[in-house]
Design a binder for this molecule. Structure first.
Ligand code: URA
Length: 433
């Protein structure tokens, strides 16, 4: 087989066979296929799409590119949750400790930032010493001891996705239904949890901008998961504005801690609660009202925060940071962004807000870029707010003063103004089972 022929076949709208897909995944994982050919194939897939059978074959080949986790020592149902990626989406940092405090086992494999979106692994690494590169044995021990561990993609689990993910991030090939579905589901199937809750984002900050595309992605992933024998459900949630006020790694962990302490922005609280409730229901914890009551209880009595701190300690971080977030690194430079006019913020291009955070150093634009954990944006005004000219709408945080002008221009360029308040969008758009 020749990589050239596969690229040309897909470029011309052909259907790749299972054998061709497995050959590509094996060759790329082994380093025999160079990045330039893999990125050409990703771009051809981006344009031409894949059939359901091709997407399933790609998912299974990526799952089988490494080990499949059998955490045999872990007692009870293991649950996982995965988001398709958004701006300010720190829900995993809240939900995982909440359901762990209620006795579920969360063995979660997360990703790094991708394109304009943030990643749970980068966020957790803002906690000094926090290790996301656990061995399988360490992962199992920590899940057993604390009920909860979050790791990055190891070289052992779905290594094909690890390589492709980093490649897609810098080649504008992220927002493709088959590539997202296979990336997420290969990791989920390799992590081999019993229950998987998917949070499929929709709107200007999501990879899938329309409800129709988001639903199609949700259905594709649920189908792949169910065929593999897992309990899977997807919520489609709004990402037409950043979730919460903080965008950027340390800033987002601090906001997640606020939610675990019973505070935090209302939209973030509502989405976290809905996701946690669905995770519990998927694991047969109880009826919806009982699950919602349980979620509120472990936040109110501090046990969810304690679960987070226990995980941080077990993974090498200082649990004191969770109780005293003032330990987190702060940016050397903070600039206030002011409203250029009176009016309602009628819409924000959420991808533009994510890009502003990236410009400040919160993400990568090349594979080798190093993240500034303190960098990001904190929103003071949000979609639907009335603002007077000169009022602060956001603060920019960075360790590199030269990044401020471009980020401010990007943020202001992504903010739309009007005389009337916008029509409110629902936060939970749908459920796919
Ligand atoms: N999250 C993933 O893990 N993969 C994608 O492709 C997009 C979001």
């Amino acid at each position: 087989m020749q990589m050239y022929d596969l690229i040309r076949k897909k470029r011309d709208g052909g259907i790749l066979s299972n054998a061709e897909i497995s050959w590509f995944v094996r060759g790329y994982t082994a380093g025999d296929i160079p990045d330039y050919q893999a990125s050409a194939l990703c771009m051809a897939i981006w344009y031409r799409g894949m059939t359901a059978a091709e997407t399933t074959a790609l998912t299974l080949a990526m799952r089988d590119s490494g080990d499949i986790l059998h955490l045999n020592g872990v007692q009870g149902l293991r649950v996982d949750k995965h988001s398709t990626g958004g701006v300010g989406d720190k829900t995993s940092l809240v939900i995982a400790p909440v359901v762990a405090a209620l006795g579920l086992k969360v063995a979660k494999m997360s990703g790094r930032g991708l394109g304009h979106t943030g990643g749970t692994v980068d966020k957790l690494e803002a906690i000094r010493g926090f290790r996301t590169d656990l061995t399988t044995a360490e992962f199992e021990t920590i899940v057993n001891r604390t009920g909860l561990a979050i790791v990055g993609q190891s070289a052992e689990l779905a290594p094909a996705d690890k390589r492709l993910y980093a490649l897609r991030d810098v080649t504008a090939t992220v927002d493709s239904l088959p590539l997202i579905a296979s990336s997420i589901m290969s990791k989920k199937l390799a992590a081999n949890d019993d229950c998987i809750l998917l949070d499929v984002k929709t709107g200007s900050g999501a990879f899938m901008k329309t409800e129709e595309d988001s639903r199609a992605l949700a259905e594709a992933m649920v189908e792949i998961g169910c065929r593999a024998g897992k309990r899977v459900r997807a919520l489609i949630t709004d990402m037409d504005r950043p979730l919460g006020c903080a965008i950027g790694n340390a800033l987002e962990v601090i906001e997640a801690i606020e939610v675990l302490r019973g505070g935090g922005p209302a939209d973030l609280v509502q989405i976290c609660e809905a996701l946690a409730v669905h995770m519990l229901m998927l694991s047969d914890y109880g009826a919806e009202a009982a699950c919602a009551e349980a979620v509120r209880r472990v936040i109110a009595d501090g046990s969810a925060l304690d679960a987070f701190a226990r995980m941080v300690e077990a993974q090498g971080g200082d649990p004191d940071w969770i109780y005293h977030p003032e330990h987190f690194p702060t940016a050397l430079f903070v600039r206030e962004v002011r409203a250029p006019r009176n009016g309602y913020i009628t819409h924000v291009d959420c991808e533009g807000y994510g890009a502003a955070a990236l410009l400040l150093g919160a993400g990568r634009s090349r594979m080798e870029d190093v993240i500034d954990p303190a960098a990001g944006v904190v929103l003071a005004k949000r979609t639907g707010d009335f603002v007077r000219a000169g009022e602060v709408i956001a603060t920019l945080h960075t360790s590199d003063e030269l990044r401020l002008d471009a980020a401010e221009a990007r943020l202001l360029g992504a903010t739309e103004w009007g005389e009337e308040p916008p029509v409110e969008r629902p936060l939970i758009v749908g459920v796919v089972e």
